[in-house]
Design a protein around this ligand. Structure first.
Ligand SMILES: Cc1cc2nc3c(=O)[nH]c(=O)nc-3n(C[C@H](O)[C@H](O)[C@H](O)COP(=O)(O)OP(=O)(O)OC[C@H]3O[C@@H](n4cnc5c(N)ncnc54)[C@H](O)[C@@H]3O)c2cc1C
Length: 410
């Protein structure tokens, strides 16, 4: 187990500086254009692939960093550059992690390379769980996967929504119900390979922020995938379902799922917290720079306590958010139990901080802050996503409150 440390080692510092350079030189200058175009920034993803940032190798290296700081450090730097473009770059990683966590070695080797494509022909992947009637309430998914034993195929029907890269992805990872009696313990994840008949893109959403990231509905109409596309395989699924049925029978109901589900989310939420820290830090830096150079009443506006104290609060909250994120990331990598839902804490605090700090940045820039000539209004629009996806702030509070109290708070 790696000791918790706040100090990046030499290798991590090198990676951070390299990522920062890419964020500053390639991502940030392209941010306004792709925000306006509201399209996937393929050329920027391709640049990231060329230098090795858009690749499984890079992602896996950070993911398995024993200090836990690899992923949060990478997320902070890329999202410092621009949230929409950075999500286009890391969105595939969300689907890849689903396969890394639940797939067999063969599935990992077959599908993850197809998620990324190669430098000359980059591809993206999508993770499709949310549905129109199942957002926060993940247990009420309706998309159904039924096994056709004669053909060793799964038949999937349903509509997914809010899927990052949905419909434009080469590989889709789809969560579907295989046993409706078991709530979220009756769910399983499937690979939908490139070009599979029956999968189509529904509505593409026009969004408030992170507009360079593609978000859409995914319609699954009698989608047939081979048995080998069930992540983890049929034997493992049957064993898991049998255990869940036994427990549900013993409990006289559908059984509690909170521990298994919680552990998974607790481990992934700090990464979203780190994205929020990146956006917050970006807005804070713009505001600090502006406050030092903008003069009113014959002096820089930072000479006013009213402005300087805002900057002091912004920086304090950003540093506090990063501490919570790094703690939770270290806990996740080292298998520490999240007894107080520390992963959710980090995501809650960092995402609320990003919303607050980006709003303060607009205030400090005055009229300029309110225009698209300066980046803080985009950063403020982008920041709003962090309190919504990967569990809303209310759901984070619910999870933390339940962990603290042991009560089924509703
Ligand atoms: C840009 C974007 C990208 C996304 N990417 C993906 C993706 O790639 N894959 C994917 O599967 N999903 C994705 N999502 C979906 C995202 O995770 C959901 O939007 C989120 O979980 C909230 O679900 P919902 O939108 O249905 O809101 P709802 O669950 O309907 O919530 C609406 C409001 O009610 C509140 N609320 C709900 N239940 C409670 C409760 N019990 N107590 C207190 N308050 C409550 C919520 O906090 C929220 O304020 C994405 C969403 C967006 C906007």
């Amino acid at each position: 187990m790696a000791e918790f440390t706040m100090e990046l080692n030499e290798e991590q510092r090198e990676v951070r500086d390299w990522l920062h350079g890419f964020a500053a030189d390639v991502i940030r200058p392209a941010a306004a254009e792709w925000d306006e175009r509201e399209e996937t920034p393929w050329p920027v993803i391709q640049e990231a692939a060329k230098v090795g940032i858009y690749s499984l190798d890079f992602y896996a290296q950070q993911y398995f960093d024993p200090t836990g700081l690899g992923i949060p450090m990478a997320m902070e730097e890329l999202f410092w550059g621009d949230a929409g473009i950075a999500l286009s770059i890391v969105g595939t990683g969300l689907a890849a992690v689903g396969v890394l966590a639940n797939g067999t070695e063969e599935q990992i080797g077959t599908w993850i390379p197809q998620m990324y494509g190669d430098q000359n022909d980059v591809k993206v992947a999508a993770f499709c769980s949310s549905e129109p009637d199942a957002g926060s309430d993940v247990a009420s998914l309706r998309t159904r996967a039924v096994y056709d034993e004669a053909r060793d195929e799964w038949v999937i029907n349903g509509t997914k929504t809010w899927a990052t890269n949905g419909g434009i992805a080469n590989v889709h990872v789809v969560v579907a119900v295989v046993d409706p009696e078991l709530g979220s313990k009756g769910h399983a994840s499937f690979i939908v390979p490139p070009g599979t008949a029956g999968l189509s893109q529904g509505q593409k959403f026009k969004k408030h922020g992170i507009r360079a990231s593609h978000t859409a509905e995914v319609v699954l109409d009698n989608v047939r995938v081979p048995g080998s596309c069930l992540l983890g395989g049929k034997e493992k699924l049957d064993e898991r379902l049998a255990r869940a049925r036994e427990k549900a029978g013993a409990a006289g109901g559908s059984g509690s799922v909170k521990n298994a589900a919680m552990a998974t989310f607790e481990a992934s939420r700090p990464a979203v917290g780190a994205m929020a820290v990146g956006t917050a830090r970006a807005a804070y830096e713009v505001a600090l720079d502006y406050a030092r150079t903008r003069e009113q009443f014959g002096r820089p506006i930072i000479d006013n306590q009213g402005v300087a104290f805002q900057l002091a609060d912004m920086r304090t909250q950003i540093d506090a958010a990063r501490l919570l994120v790094w703690r939770a990331s270290w806990m996740a990598v080292n298998g520490k139990p999240f007894t107080a839902a520390e992963g959710s804490m980090s995501k809650l605090f960092a995402s609320e901080t990003a919303k607050k700090v980006t709003a303060q940045a607009i205030q400090i820039l005055g009229g300029n802050g309110y225009t698209r000539e300066y980046p803080v209004e985009r950063m403020h629009r982008d920041a709003a996503i962090y309190t919504i996806f990967e569990g809303t702030s209310e759901i984070q509070r619910l999870v933390i409150a339940r962990a603290l109290s042991g009560m089924p708070i509703r």
